[in-house]
Design a protein around this ligand. Structure first.
Ligand code: BGC
Length: 766
């Protein structure tokens, strides 16, 4: 199926790019990323250089080279492979006809280039993947075929001249070789982390006429002069292995060992092992759509990217807001992690959701430090959270592009909702898995510290006898310094209630653990009294009697009422930042992203008429300047039965990266790369939106409403360790129990059913 002039898919798994557009190299690089949660290797050509945005971003390599932005290091490119014929270095973008394709089923990228040379045609075909079996290993197969006798020079090696967003991360780079395998060692500039890269090859075909090493400042290559006969095919298998001292004691030793192993196994055998891992993943997390191939592909594209962005191998690392596709957003977690990335894992591979939440537990120290620094108790989780959980968000995030002056944003100190968002995710994890043991060991402490922080941050208004939250930034980042952001207040109240529930249940059921936690965090009885009072008296903005509207924050309705289009016309420079303190949106009701609608996605507490009134009000005022926004509107549009609009928002969300619709630079800061929150949200739009899946107090529910052209939708849900397969078409919903341990209560369109026993099928006609 043709997606547009240059892109197509045959089966909803692969994306073919028939004609490379050089200006889109930055997009291809992110979209065609080979990754495995440990590293991400951008979808560039193997002969690509720094200016093509080649990058291999590795988890847990944080470094603050420029004194401002702590980001992941981009490691030297050990897959570098180039062909030279005569004096001409061949470049697949400039000199040949190149097509690219990517298979999201196993994360394999392919490239084909035909070069017209003086003597005839030279064909290059290559494929590569980031092994999901050996996470530190990248594997490529590079085939050269000629229709005429040819002598060429193959340059293989490590290119250490890499693309960096903020400063030079690698210092003291040294290169070595052990016979034909090349090594690079370096130390990161500020964090002084040792890293190592190995680069090796297996060669099959051609006659080697000469070999020599080429050393440059940050590069080491092996040049092989190769003679090929007409019709002959030569295959070069390329392996790159990477490690840092955060992964193992001796990175160099480790890359040596792993490259030997990989060279010995070879491409096909490594691929087979890698494919098995992907098969297992997809058997749990795939979603099948019958009826529209573009939707199928776009959905899988997003699921793939959510999977490869997630460091499932560790419980101590965050999911970056741009995953491992580049250095933007500092390879760090935002609230995106719990609210956007996590749900797909929670309901398909809950052990990974557990990992993600444990990361927050392990970073409590950073969150406590942030709270203390700002004068609060408890855990104020970082807006931008790396390895330690300390705040990485610089005070000056954007720049005024007109004056060139720095903008002092308050994402780092006023955007408090990330803490209750984490409590929300912990609670949902518990409901979805029944893993009370997690609450005992990790969740209770997390939620207590969050409650403590919220209590410290809240402001008691005596005359109104209520607790407020003032000087905030809600999800809508354009309006800073607001009071009582409805989303934040409701989330805070939810967190306080859960803290109290856990407190009393623990006290009753697990007195030893209760005492241990209480002593550990020095929790006092008076604090619980405060929480109690606060939970009852947090100000929760209610829908107005007549209009049913809820004010996004105090005073919002008094701001100028206008639309994003009007504001667009007021811009002096198209790259201007729209928000605080002087941006075009600040004094208006135009919002960056779903805010109240975001609240509706997380809580089913309002009747339909309230949802409807607020959706109609906020929708035309939302710019969707954040990739987090369209998916949330899609989910609520589904709830309102407005499937046409929901479908448009679904498209807007799932196509953000494929069609590169969001800007890569805002207020002078690079924010390009894969939008992993949107990637995670794709799962939610389909499952929570079109299938209407919800977690109930006891059990789960569905209220399906498929887009017209979808004949069938199928996916799996894991609920409290019961594995269910759900198939939905326009007439009925079918649930099959794949693995079941207890009776599951399922509500479909408000009627209750039960399922128990393996292979039992429940068919419900609408
Ligand atoms: C959004 C935030 C989001 C961040 C990272 C910003 O543009 O406004 O809500 O957390 O990007 O994705």
């Amino acid at each position: 199926m043709k997606l547009n002039e240059t892109m197509s898919t045959e089966n909803g798994w692969n994306l073919n790019i028939e004609k490379i557009d050089q200006s889109k190299m930055i997009t291809y690089g992110s979209n065609l990323l080979c990754g495995n949660g440990y590293l991400g290797y951008r979808g560039t050509l193997l002969e690509g250089r720094k200016e093509d945005y080649v990058a291999c971003i590795v988890t847990d390599t944080y470094d603050r080279a420029d004194g401002k932005w702590r980001e992941l290091a981009n490691l030297p490119n050990g897959l570098f492979t180039e062909v030279k014929v005569g004096q001409k270095v061949l470049n697949g973008i400039k000199d040949g006809a190149t097509t690219l394709s990517f298979n999201f089923e196993n994360g394999v990228m392919q490239r084909k280039t035909d070069y017209k040379l003086q003597g005839g045609i030279l064909k290059i075909t290559s494929s590569r993947f980031a092994s999901f079996k050996q996470l530190n290993t990248l594997v490529a197969s590079y085939q050269i075929k000629t229709d005429h006798n040819l002598t060429l020079k193959l340059r293989l090696g490590i290119d250490g001249e890499v693309w960096n967003l903020n400063g030079e991360h690698l210092a003291k780079t040294t290169f070595n070789n052990e016979s034909d395998t090349l090594y690079c060692q370096a130390i990161t500039t500020e964090s002084k982390l040792e890293i190592a890269v190995a680069s090796g090859y297996n060669l099959d075909g051609g006659i080697i006429r000469d070999k020599s090493f080429i050393r440059k400042d940050k590069e080491l290559y092996l040049d092989i002069t190769l003679q090929l006969e007409a019709g002959e095919k030569c295959i070069v298998e390329r392996i790159m292995t990477v490690n840092s001292a955060n992964d193992c004691e001796k990175p160099l030793k480790n890359v040596q060992k792993s490259i030997e192993f990989a060279l010995d196994k070879g491409y096909q055998s490594l691929l087979a092992a890698h494919n098995l891992v992907w098969q297992r993943i997809w058997s749990k997390s795939d979603i099948k759509i019958k009826g529209n191939l573009e939707d199928q592909l776009a959905l899988r594209f997003n699921l793939y990217h959510n999977i490869i962005a997630t460091p499932a191998h560790s419980e101590r690392l965050p999911i970056g807001a741009r995953g491992l596709s580049c250095q933007a957003y500092q390879g760090s977690a935002f609230w995106d992690q719990e609210i956007f990335n996590l749900p797909m894992f929670l309901y398909t591979r809950p052990e990974i959701a557990r990992n993600i939440l444990k990361y927050r537990y392990h970073t409590l120290a950073g969150a406590r430090k942030k709270a203390t620094n700002l004068g609060y108790r408890g855990a104020f989780f970082a807006w931008i959270s790396g390895k330690t959980g300390e705040e990485l968000c610089p005070a000056y995030f954007f720049r005024d592009v007109i004056s060139g002056r720095k903008i002092h944003n308050h994402f780092n100190d006023w955007q408090i909702h990330v803490s209750p968002d984490i409590a929300y995710a912990v609670w949902n994890y518990y409901l979805a898995t029944d893993d009370w043991e997690f609450i005992l060991n990790f969740g209770a402490e997390l939620i207590f510290e969050i409650a403590r922080f919220l209590s410290a941050h809240s402001y008691y208004k005596k005359d109104k006898d209520r607790f407020e939250f003032i000087r905030l930034l809600g999800p809508d980042e354009y309006h800073e310094n607001v009071d009582n952001n409805a989303f934040t207040n409701y989330q805070a109240q939810f967190a306080m209630e859960k803290a109290l529930y856990i407190y009393y249940r623990l006290k009753e059921d697990a007195p030893d653990i209760f005492k241990k936690i209480k002593d550990k965090i020095n929790l006092k009885v008076f604090e619980i009294t405060n929480w109690q009072e606060m939970a009852e008296k947090i100000y929760l903005p209610e829908p107005a009697e007549d209009s049913k509207l809820i004010e996004q924050f105090t005073g919002y309705f008094s701001l100028e009422d206008t639309t994003p289009n009007v504001l667009e016309s007021r811009l002096i420079d198209k790259n201007e930042y729209w928000g605080w303190p002087n941006g075009v949106a600040v004094e208006t009701q135009v919002i960056k992203q779903a805010d109240l609608i975001q609240l509706f996605c997380l809580h089913d507490i309002f009747p339909k008429e309230v949802l409807e009134a607020n959706y109609d009000y906020y929708e035309p005022r939302t710019q969707h300047g954040s990739s987090l926004s369209p998916s949330q509107y899609a989910i609520i549009a589904c709830k309102l039965g407005n499937i046409k609009e929901a479908y448009q928002y679904f498209k807007k969300s799932v196509l953000i990266d494929i069609y590169n619709t969001n800007k890569a630079v805002s207020g002078g800061t690079f924010i390009g790369g894969i939008h992993t929150a949107a990637a995670g949200a794709a799962w939610q739009v389909v499952v929570k939106g079109f299938a209407g899946f919800r977690l109930r107090k006891n059990g789960i529910s569905f209220s399906p409403n498929l887009p017209e052209m979808w004949q069938e939708l199928s996916f799996n849900i894991v609920y409290q360790n019961n594995h269910l397969n759900i198939i939905i078409n326009q007439e009925e919903l079918k649930i099959r129990a794949i693995e079941i341990y207890n009776k599951v209560e399922i509500e479909v369109n408000k009627r209750c059913y039960q399922i128990s026993g393996v292979d039992k099928v429940l068919k419900i006609k609408y």
